[in-house]
Design a protein around this ligand. Sequence first.
Ligand code: PLP
Length: 443
Amino acid sequence: MSAILHRNLAGGYPVAVSGQGVIITDTEGKAYIDASGGAAVSCLGHGHPDVLAAMHAQIDKLAYAHTSFFTSEAAEELSENLIARAPKGMARVFICSSGSEAIEACLKLARHYFVEKGETRRVNFISRRQSYHGITAGALSVGGRMKDRAPFTEMLMQGHHISPCYAYRGQASGETLEEYGLRMADELEAKILALGPDTVAAFVAETVVGATLGAVPPAPGYFKRIREICDRHGVLLILDEVMCGMGRTGTLHACEQEGIAPDLMAIAKGLGGGYAPIGAMLVSAPIVETIRQGSGAFPHSQTYNGHPLACAAALAVQKVIARDDLLANVRLQGARLERRLNERFANHHHVGDIRGRGQFWGIEIVADRASKTPFDPKLKLNAKIKQAAMAHGLLVYPMGGTADGLAGDHVLLAPPFIVDEATVDMIVERLGEAVDTAIARAS
Ligand code: PLP
């Protein structure tokens, strides 16, 4: 009997005791290949000696100092490192402890920016259905996973949602991918005009949609059009790269591949690689300048902002990725993963779509490929796949609600950047067994 309020009261979780490289081992001695890095977190794998050494060195010097009294060497160096490699125009970093906190900071700063500018009517945030931006109240308000929001709707900020850019289900016949992307982007302009352009603060979107859709990249040209629309109406663009950022898609930031830069950006998971809880907001220069010329302060702080130990861990993770050129491995092994997934699943009766970028891949499971009909959500197929994968010694990140927020199943893969060819092959082999086992059990 556990004293923990586990995420599921039925419990039944194995106890993880050690992690090395791509493997996590439990108390029974069972080894699991961590093919999703938890939830796309463990980008360097587990137990990396250089990260552990940096953390030990930091904790021996200073574990914590409150940011109302001090800054720290670790936080300063990490911020410099992030700004030096940030999308164009980024000028400052705000360091917090999770992805949700990074999104909350983006929402609050967007609003604060407009208050500083005297545009106080700008209170609305627009985001997309089937998106996930975190679990705290503000983040949940902009999130588009209606199942998560349902019990709390009455206490949340009003959400304004447009369609996701999800070609597998949204692209019309006779429409090119580019035309589809522009049609989806234009929904933003229609929504801004409906709300009144002077009432909209920001548009929030994951550059590559992660947990809720399963590694869905945008259509070509989508984000360029989004950027134009935001600029036309003075609306800020907030990119959520909590899951898809920090190298996961083969470039440090996913938006590099879209040829645009946001006004505010949230990063987290791969920033610290799971060695410490850390997230961050990157802030563009005009926003910093507006605050400097206004009140001179951002009234939003938390006790653990800029935690020195978390910053030292993240800095070490980022230095190892750069030193070992691990993004080259992300691109190389990502291409192998794509190939292997296609060999195993492209003709599978129940796999409707295989999509992704870098080492961020999703397969969408359907009852019928021709009609794209999902399995009955009551079968909880995604949970069964997770269970079967664990039985086969594999950790993947399946989720439901893919098709419309309620029905649909996908499996997300996000292996550590250190993965090798043999492990990629083993991941796909075990995933194939898990998918087949789960579908057989569900049918
Ligand atoms: N944004 C995205 C895109 C995410 O995938 C997540 C978490 O899965 C979050 C925000 C929230 O991050 P956290 O769970 O660290 O609060």
